[in-house]
Design a protein around this ligand. Structure first.
Ligand code: AHR
Length: 511
C-alpha cells in the first residue's frame, strides 16, 4: 500500500514568502498590453489594467522582478523616468522590438504598490555602467540632498522607493545576452557593481547571476561571495521530443517527461546549496547566501522568434504559450519542490506574470466584449500554493509506485509528489500531493505522527478529463480549483488521489 507519513516535529524549515515571487519583463505583451495599457477602458489612473491587478492579487505576490530578463542587459533606466512625452523610443535588441519607455521605474513601483509586493530590480551588467547602477540605487533609495534623489523628487516621489532587492545582471553567461561574459569576467565586473551599489545603500540585498552550472557558480561564489546575498538559477522545463509514435503514446511520453523535471531541478538545488556551503567554508564567509530561482516555468512551444527587421514594432506578441493540464501539474510539483528545499531557497520568481509564458492572458476589450483576460491552467496551482499552505515545511515520508524516467539521471519518479506544510498559528496542516499518473487514481494511506487532526477537513483539487485540456477566452474555467469537504477522518486514513491531479488536503489540528 502506498503511504504518506507526516511527523509534526520533523521540520525542514520556514518557507520564505519570496518563494512565491513573480517576474515581468519588457517582452512581447507582458508590460505593454499586459499590466500597463493606459488607453484601455480597464486602466486605472496609473495606466495599470485593473483586471490584471485583480488577477495578480489572487496570487498574493510577495516580490516582483523587473525589467528583465534579457531586456535588462540593454536597458538604461534614465530613458524610463521623467515626462512621458520626452522619453526616447529605442530599439530593443533583446527581443527585436520598439521600446517606448512609457513604463519605467516609477510606473513599476506604482504597479508593485498596487499589487502589494516588493520590487526587485535587475541592473544592467550587459552594456550598462557602474555609474548608471549607482545612480539607479540613489534615485530609488536616496534620502539625502543629492542629484539623483532630487531627480526622483522632481518626478513626484518625495519619499524613497526603498528598493531592497537588486540583481547583478541577467544570464550574462549566455551568447544570447548583450554583454555576454566568461565566469571570470562576470565575477570581476559584478564585484565592482556590487561594491558601489552597496556603498550607496548598505541595506540592499544583491542577487548574483548564477548559471545552473557548477564551474560558473563556483567562480561567482569565490569572487563575489563576500558581497552577495543570493545566487540565481533559471530553469525552463521542456519535455523530450517524442516522434514516430502514435499520438496517444506521444502525449503520455511528453507528460511523464515533463513531470520528471522538478525532481531534476531539485538535484541541482541540492548541489548548489552544498556548493554555497563549501564556498562559505573555503572563503570564510559568515553571512548566509541563498538560492534565488528568479526565472522558472514550463516553456517549450512558443520559441524566440528570429530577428527580422520587418517584425520590429511595439509590443509584438511573443512567447504566448498556452498551458495545459500537464503543465499545471508540473508547476504544482515544482512548487512542492521549492517548499521541500526551503532551507536553500530564499526566492523564486515565476517567469512571467502576463501574456509571456504566463498564468494570465489578456486581450484588448471592446464595446461588444469586455472580457479582458482569462486565467491559464498554471494560474491555479500558483494560487492553491499561496492560499492553502503554511509557513513551515515538514519532512514528509512517501512510499509509492513510481515510473522510470527516460531523462538523464532522473531515475525513478514517484507518482505522488508530496509536500506538507504547517501553519502553527492557525493550527492547520496542508498536504499538497500531485498525482502524476495520467490515467489512474493512486490510493495512499495517510498517517500523522506526533499530532492529531480533527475529523473534518477540506480537499482542494485541480484536474480535467485530459492531460491536454486548456483554458481559453471561450472556455475560461475548464480547469480551475474546486473544494470539497472531507468527513470522518481517522488517523491513518486512505485517500484516493484522482488521476492527473493537483491536490491539497487541509486539516485542522487538535490541541
Ligand atoms: O523569460 C524569458 C527569457 O528567458 C528571459 O528574458 C531570459 O532571462 C531567459 O532566457
Amino acid at each position: 500500500m502506498n503511504e504518506i507519513r507526516i511527523d509534526l516535529r520533523r521540520r525542514l524549515g520556514r518557507i520564505d514568502r519570496k518563494t512565491y515571487g513573480h517576474f515581468v519583463e519588457h517582452l512581447g505583451r507582458c508590460v505593454y498590453q499586459g499590466i500597463y495599457e493606459p488607453e484601455s477602458p480597464l486602466a486605472d489612473s496609473s495606466g495599470l489594467r485593473r483586471d490584471v491587478l485583480e488577477a495578480a492579487r489572487g496570487l498574493q505576490i510577495p516580490i516582483l522582478r523587473w525589467p528583465g530578463g534579457n531586456f535588462a542587459s540593454g536597458y538604461h533606466w534614465l530613458d524610463g523616468v521623467g515626462h512621458r512625452s520626452e522619453r526616447p523610443r529605442r530599439v530593443d535588441l533583446a527581443w527585436n522590438a520598439i521600446e517606448t519607455n512609457q513604463f519605467g521605474t516609477n510606473e513599476f513601483i506604482e504597479c508593485c504598490r498596487a499589487m502589494g509586493c516588493e520590487p526587485y530590480l535587475c541592473a544592467n551588467l550587459g552594456n550598462g555602467s557602474i555609474d548608471e547602477a549607482q545612480a539607479w540605487v540613489e534615485y530609488c533609495n536616496g534620502s539625502n540632498d543629492t542629484a539623483y534623489a532630487n531627480l526622483r523628487r522632481r518626478h513626484g516621489y518625495d519619499q524613497p522607493h526603498g528598493v531592497k532587492y537588486w540583481g547583478l545582471g541577467n544570464e550574462l553567461y549566455g551568447a544570447w545576452q548583450i554583454g555576454h561574459k566568461s565566469a571570470q569576467e562576470y565575477a570581476r565586473v559584478a564585484l565592482e557593481f556590487a561594491k558601489v551599489m552597496k556603498w550607496v545603500d548598505p541595506e540592499i540585498r544583491l542577487v548574483a547571476c548564477g548559471a545552473q552550472h557548477m564551474e560558473w557558480d563556483w567562480e561567482v561564489l569565490k569572487t563575489l561571495g563576500p558581497r552577495i546575498d543570493y545566487i540565481s538559477a533559471h530553469f525552463y522545463f521542456a519535455p523530450e521530443a517524442a516522434s514516430g509514435v502514435p499520438a496517444d503514446e506521444a502525449a503520455s511520453r511528453r507528460h511523464y517527461s515533463l513531470l520528471a523535471v522538478p525532481r531534476q531541478v531539485e538535484d541541482y538545488v541540492r548541489i548548489l546549496w552544498q556548493l554555497i556551503q563549501a564556498a562559505r567554508r573555503q572563503f570564510r564567509l559568515r553571512h548566509e547566501i541563498r538560492i534565488a530561482l528568479d526565472e522558472w516555468n514550463v516553456w517549450y512551444r512558443a520559441r524566440v522568434p528570429e530577428h527580422k527587421l520587418e517584425d520590429r514594432r511595439e509590443a509584438p506578441p511573443q512567447l504566448e504559450e498556452t498551458y495545459d493540464l500537464t503543465d499545471a501539474l508540473c508547476v504544482a510539483a515544482f512548487l512542492n519542490m521549492l517548499r521541500r528545499q526551503c532551507a536553500a531557497i530564499g526566492m523564486a520568481n515565476l517567469a512571467q506574470l502576463v501574456n509571456v509564458i504566463a498564468p494570465i492572458r489578456t486581450r484588448p476589450v471592446s464595446a461588444e466584449d469586455d472580457r479582458g483576460l482569462f486565467l491559464q491552467t498554471i494560474y491555479h496551482p500558483l494560487r492553491m500554493a499561496v492560499e492553502h499552505s503554511g509557513p513551515v515545511a515538514l519532512d514528509s515520508w512517501v512510499e509509492c509506485e513510481s515510473y522510470e524516467s527516460s531523462r538523464p539521471l532522473a531515475g525513478q519518479v514517484p507518482y505522488l509528489d508530496v509536500c506538507a506544510t504547517l501553519d502553527e498559528s492557525l493550527r492547520r496542516l496542508f498536504l499538497s500531493v500531485v498525482n502524476l499518473h495520467h490515467r489512474d487514481a493512486v490510493d495512499a494511506r495517510i498517517l500523522l505522527h506526533e499530532g492529531q487532526w480533527k475529523r473534518k477537513g477540506l480537499h482542494h483539487s485541480l484536474t480535467a478529463g485530459n492531460i491536454d485540456a486548456v483554458n481559453s477566452f471561450d472556455e475560461p474555467d475548464r480547469i480551475c480549483q474546486v473544494t470539497a469537504r472531507l468527513r470522518k477522518l481517522a488517523n491513518p486514513f486512505t485517500f484516493s488521489f484522482p488521476p492527473r491531479s493537483a491536490n491539497v488536503l487541509e486539516f485542522e489540528l487538535e490541541g
